[in-house]
Design a protein around this ligand. Structure first.
Ligand code: BTN
Length: 321
């Protein structure tokens, strides 16, 4: 019901909609309409009411509950089933658990705040309440495990495209899956899987995005290296709409990938990438390689040619440009 009511206000942005019209569209009594309006107000929506005019939405709550995302969601299956948490340790853990219990492909776990968000290479990921996006997508592709890095690259393309569509801002991808804006980190992607040696059971794609944080919201340790869409674009972004856009972009790219293979994703990834066609440092646990990043393989491995002409295959590293 909440979803339908929000949709009505969305279709009449800034206008009054009469209680009569709402009750007809929802198929409920005027008293029930009033109760639903009160519910929305409790959820942080600012709604005006005027005699003989009806109701008007003044400000949106910028929440990311299932009904708020679904008013924009145009996917066939991705995110159609959502598990929402106000706060959770990590959406990655919750998604792994659901996947183990056999939940279907396309289920998404989303949280308004993470208290123990996880990054790549065992790092911490900060997900402040009300301002960030933290979500984990559960996929069940029929793939050998060595192909899953391709899904990470696909995820980065989906997020960059959705950000462009939603805000007009152009981001860059740093191999394998950091998304930067004006040289600072905006998005982190963590792809994990549950698999046998030769078959994937599930892939969990964790996406963390800085949306409406201001500079002072980042801790001292990261304020120089991190940014948000709001800092870069100077306005508040509707997180629910952005989530829906990411899921739409992801779903069509994923369908392309499953039917046609990685060859359709790779040129898009390369077009947004700042880490190929340039000289880079690849910092690994025990080694640093400096050289020319020639490109990526179909398995998502970065190829770096050193000064002696030797080509190194980089599977996991921090890249410095
Ligand atoms: C990185 O850049 O190191 C990856 C960060 C991934 C963060 C996301 S937020 C949603 C999901 N839950 C987590 O605990 N981590 C991922």
């Amino acid at each position: 019901m909440k979803e339908k009511l929000l949709k009505i206000f969305l279709e009449h942005e800034g206008e009054y909609v009469s209680g009569e019209k709402i009750s007809q569209e929802l198929g409920c009594s005027r008293t029930a309409v009033w109760k639903h309006i009160e519910e929305l107000r409790k959820n942080g929506y600012k709604l005006d009411s005027a005699p003989r005019k009806g109701y008007r939405m003044v400000t949106k709550a910028n929440g990311i509950h299932s009904h708020e995302i679904k008013q924009y969601l145009k996917t066939n299956y991705l995110g159609q089933e959502l598990t929402y948490y106000d706060a959770i340790d990590s959406t990655q853990y919750a998604a792994h658990k659901l996947a183990q219990e056999g939940i279907g492909e396309g289920h998404v776990v989303i949280a308004n705040e993470q208290t123990a968000g996880r990054g790549r290479l065992g790092r911490v990921w900060h997900s402040r309440s009300d301002t960030s996006i933290s979500m984990s997508l559960i996929l069940r592709p029929t793939l050998p495990p060595q192909k899953t890095p391709q899904i990470t690259l696909l995820a980065a393309v989906a997020v960059v495209r959705a950000i462009k569509k939603n805000t007009g801002l152009t981001c860059e991808i740093k191999w394998p899956n950091d998304i930067l804006l004006n040289g600072k980190k905006l998005v982190g992607i963590l792809t994990e899987m549950q698999a046998d040696p030769d078959l994937v059971h599930s892939v969990i794609v964790g996406i963390g995005l800085n949306v409406n944080q201001q500079k002072e919201d980042f801790g001292e340790d990261i304020e120089e290296i991190a940014t948000s869409l709001s800092i870069a674009g100077g306005k508040t972004i509707d997180r629910a709409r952005l989530i829906a856009d990411i899921l739409s972009e992801f779903e069509w790219l994923y369908e392309e990938y499953l039917s046609k293979g990685f060859s359709t994703i790779r040129p898009m990834w390369e077009a947004y990438s700042i880490s190929v066609g340039t000289y880079i440092y690849a910092r690994m646990i025990k080694d640093v390689i400096y050289g020319y990043a020639k490109g990526i393989t179909d398995d998502g491995v970065l190829l770096v040619e050193d000064e002696h002409g030797k080509v190194h295959s980089i599977y996991s590293a921090d890249i410095e440009i």
